[in-house]
Design a protein around this ligand. Sequence first.
Ligand code: AHG
Ligand code: MN
Ligand code: MN
Length: 334
Amino acid sequence: MQLGQTITQFIIEEQRRTGGTGEFTALLNDIFTACKNISSAVNKGALIGVLGSLESENVQGETQKKLDVITNDMMIKANEWGGHLAGMASEEMDDVYPIPAQYPRGKYLITFDPLDGSSNIDVNISVGTIFSILRCPEGVTDPQAEDFLQPGTKQVCAGYALYGPSTMMVITTGHGAHAFTLDQNVGEFMLTHPNLTIPADTREFAINASNERFWFPPVKRYVDECVAGKDGPRGANFNMRWVASMVAEVHRILTRGGVFMYPNDSRDPGRGGKLRLMYEANPMSFIVEQAGGVSSTGTERIMEVTPEGLHQRVPVILGSKNEVERIVAYHKEG
Ligand code: AHG
Ligand code: MN
Ligand code: MN
């Protein structure tokens, strides 16, 4: 691996090194093309009239932004024709998207969140695209929702694009997590941050503190102890951040460490938190674990959760190993 090499060269060489066939290199290239298109649309913003909301709601009852729908379409159009996929599932679509009959079907499935953090789009704060690649079960040519319901440990690849001051792509195929920066002039993602490593210790956490009154005791205890600072039981001052774009929070954690929490709470405990297992939690957990971090619901490794529905939500606590393990220990203590 060589700094400055293109993402395609990186993937092909990584597959050679690790004994993979590299069969999904072409699939990944289609995903990268979609993300470059999305980057361009997000970047032009109001100049091309893509900001703002629609009347519609998605399957989870959230008002859709224009760009939620546009970016979902970009992901579909870039990926449906290539012959590598048997089906797609997205946060923005109620049901599985089958590959149209005129195109060949392949052996992979993809799940994605086309625009993560879309509440930030109108205020020009970083957003992203998250994706996860699974194998289509043997013998299945017309995959249904249950064929996607594989635990995160089965992911072949996961990644996200971050549309920030730079557009970046972070991917893992299970051999470390690596970050690439889009050179807008060349139109390629270039390797800039190989082998991302999350420091095991941190003094920074991220949680939407407006939900404090709904938190369960383990989360409240952890945050209270951090906020108590130097004079509290931790004996150290902590810093807090909340971007409201999971991609941006995870990227910060991959860069300088930290903890990100969207826990379950007492508002609607049956819902199991806010973030979606198949489109957000699993791919991000795969990347975080590959960078040496930990990702848990508080009681269970996220990647070992058996999915029960495409749009299932899951509590998420991820980031620096020692802090996440501390929060998990607080859950055990009750
Ligand atoms: P999306 O825009 O795809 O619906 O995801 C938003 C998610 C996540 O990115 C972020 O961390 C969280 O929702 C923010 O939630 P709050 O608005 O409750 O803070
Ligand atoms: Mn999201
Ligand atoms: Mn989204």
